[in-house]
Design a protein around this ligand. Structure first.
Ligand SMILES: CC(C)(COP(=O)(O)OP(=O)(O)OC[C@H]1O[C@@H](n2cnc3c(N)ncnc32)[C@H](O)[C@@H]1OP(=O)(O)O)[C@@H](O)C(=O)NCCC(=O)NCCS
Length: 172
């Protein structure tokens, strides 16, 4: 959750209603290799200035694939969350979360984070850390509601003028 926030598009709910009418189920699942092109497109849309390029997603998938969760239907990826965690790690970082603009505000971000927390808990992973842009209201609301607290503010964390709030959710 370390990049910036782009909320210029609001969900209109049309796609959501269509899916509901069709009875399509929306699930959270581990990402598959075949999801990577869709994730790259999602990145480009959600983080226009600083998207993870395909090759970075590819490598993150190789290293952290078990903790890369996607939400969507059998044919469409709506969003994803990525945790970099493991035994002996100094800190377990939620590196990124994104939901496509047209699907925001429907609880999908919360579902992704809730599933990630359940997975982390089941694996005995302890505290979870995130960085959030101070002006990213949606991410801050989500993080606070899940129990994250601000541990500090890192100046120029992602480069000049790119401060981030460092937040932690204590396990147990
Ligand atoms: C952050 C993000 C993933 C949230 O996804 P989402 O599916 O819209 O989130 P949800 O619908 O589950 O909402 C989660 C909470 O955030 C709140 N929220 C959503 N949009 C908000 C906004 N624009 N301002 C303030 N709060 C907001 C909701 O009220 C909700 O809280 P509630 O359940 O108590 O009502 C999504 O906004 C996003 O992809 N943003 C762009 C990418 C980004 O900034 N990622 C984080 C940095 S890596």
């Amino acid at each position: 959750m370390s990049r910036y926030h782009d909320d210029h598009l609001q969900p209109d709910g049309a796609a959501e209603r269509l899916l509901a009418a069709r009875g399509a189920s929306i699930t959270v699942r581990p990402a598959l290799e075949g999801d990577l092109p869709a994730l790259a497109r999602l990145e480009a849309l959600c983080f226009a200035e600083q998207p993870y390029p395909f090759f970075v997603l590819r490598q993150l998938f190789d290293v952290h694939g078990r903790h890369l969760l996607v939400i969507g239907t059998s044919t469409e990826v709506y969003g994803y969350v990525l945790l970099a965690a493991g035994p002996g790690r100094d800190r377990n970082w939620v590196l990124s979360i994104a939901v496509a603009a047209e699907y925001r505000g429907h609880g999908y971000g919360r579902r992704l984070m809730t599933e990630l927390h359940l997975l982390a808990s089941a694996e005995g992973i302890g505290d979870l850390w995130v960085t959030v842009a101070p002006e990213n209201a949606a991410s801050l609301t989500l993080a606070h509601s899940l129990g994250y607290v601000v541990a500090g503010r890192a100046q120029d964390y992602l480069g000049p003028g790119q401060d981030r709030l460092v937040m932690v959710c204590r396990a147990g």
